[in-house]
Design a protein around this ligand. Structure first.
Ligand SMILES: Cc1cc2nc3c(=O)[nH]c(=O)nc-3n(C[C@H](O)[C@H](O)[C@H](O)COP(=O)(O)O)c2cc1C
Length: 354
């Protein structure tokens, strides 16, 4: 299996499966001398962990990270940072019903066809459990980038949308409700909707929006490695993601150029920011903001027609402990992937000119 590494200079390689002994990773290229706040890393993991509220999966896993290398006297040494999170709550019998059958809209069928063998317990490597390792690496990237801020939040759940632009939101409100929506009234509506959908044995999708602020000019490589292209790849590599748009996004295509252009101020900043902080693939110092669309969780607690590995029709009903909606837990994953991209491009930026 290729493709377990992300990033060029600041990179992370992740390992592990849902029901193996542990998941974890190796971060390479993190500069030496960063005084790491381990509590802040654990706090981001706690924002992702299962069982944190009544509207997420009720699997209980502490998700405590242990570091094995790359740190001395609290600081990064510049050597590879190795870390692991032990899997403590595997209930393999919850998954025996999918051993020979393919769950609709999961990775079961394609893994079987591609590798001829699959770890069916909890989806194995295709499980979103892998994203806990990304959160650890992203939390370290955030600390390397101190000063640059990453604020992701839930902006829609099913049909319930937060219409306010991010500039009018108080990001500190997001963590005060289980949905992670910074508008308390909308958060209540979203929470009620998730509870109702769960009672129906169903699931629902949603959108996470993110603002990256206090960026320098010059992040991004102009041809294939444009900053927004890398952000898009980072977000689309998260489980269950179906869409990515930044700046004016799809709505911008309805405007005329005269309406869409961002006029300059004398200091090089722009009066509007429909470009979303990126021009020609390079950051221009304005905020980067983007939306990430997540599909409804594939495992529904209802009977569904599917096939088994012999190609026979079978009926399958969702079992085990699943998220009715992934967006509340995916907020720290979006921030982590954004921080990994910016950390990598910040190191590359430092090689750009004398
Ligand atoms: C934080 C998070 C939690 C998830 N939890 C579940 C879950 O409990 N049950 C489930 O069926 N899928 C869950 N998913 C989605 C699956 O991992 C994903 O849909 C599946 O691996 C197939 O990949 P794809 O949807 O990207 O094609 C979760 C995704 C994320 C980001």
């Amino acid at each position: 299996m290729a493709g377990n590494q992300f990033g060029k200079l600041f990179s992370v390689t992740t390992f592990g499966e849902s029901h193996g002994a542990a998941i974890g990773g190796v971060i390479d290229g993190c500069p030496a001398g960063i005084l790491l706040d381990l509590n802040a890393i654990q706090a981001d993991l706690d924002r992702r962990k299962p069982g944190q509220s009544a509207i997420v999966t009720q699997r209980k896993e502490p998700d405590e990270v242990a570091f094995y290398s790359g740190l001395f006297e609290g600081k990064t040494t510049g050597t590879p940072i190795g870390f692991a999170i032990h899997n403590t709550n595997q209930k393999s019998h919850d998954y025996s019903h999918i051993k020979d059958s393919y769950r609709p809209s999961h990775a079961d069928y394609v893994y079987d066809q591609k590798y001829g063998f699959r770890d069916y317990r909890g989806g194995g490597r295709s499980s979103a459990r892998e994203t806990a390792s990304r959160v650890v690496a992203g939390a370290i990237a955030k600390q390397f980038l101190s000063g640059i801020t990453f604020n992701a939040f839930v902006s829609s759940v099913g049909p319930i949308r937060l219409e306010k632009p991010y500039q009018e939101l108080d990001f500190s409100e997001s963590e005060k409700n289980p949905v992670r929506c910074p508008d308390p009234d909308k958060a209540k509506e979203m929470e009620a909707y998730i509870r109702q959908i769960r009672k129906e044995g169903d699931t629902v999708g949603g959108i996470i929006s993110c603002a990256i602020q206090n960026l320098p000019v010059g992040l991004g490589e102009p041809a294939f490695d444009k900053l927004h292209a890398e952000l898009g790849k980072a977000m689309l590599s998260i489980n269950a993601v179906k869409g990515f748009e930044y700046g004016s996004g799809f709505a911008g295509s309805e405007l005329k150029g005269s309406q869409h252009n961002d006029p300059f101020n004398e200091d090089g900043s722009t009066k509007s920011n429909r470009s979303g902080g990126v021009q020609g693939g390079i950051s221009n110092g304005m905020d980067i903001y983007f939306n990430v669309a997540f599909k409804p969780v594939a495992t529904v607690m209802q009977a569904q027609d599917t096939i088994n590995s012999k190609g026979e029709k079978v009926v399958m009903e969702g079992k085990g402990r699943h998220d009715p909606c992934v967006v509340p837990r995916a907020v720290p994953i979006v921030e982590a992937m954004a921080a990994l991209v910016i950390a990598d491009y910040e190191l590359i930026r430092r090689t750009n000119k004398l």
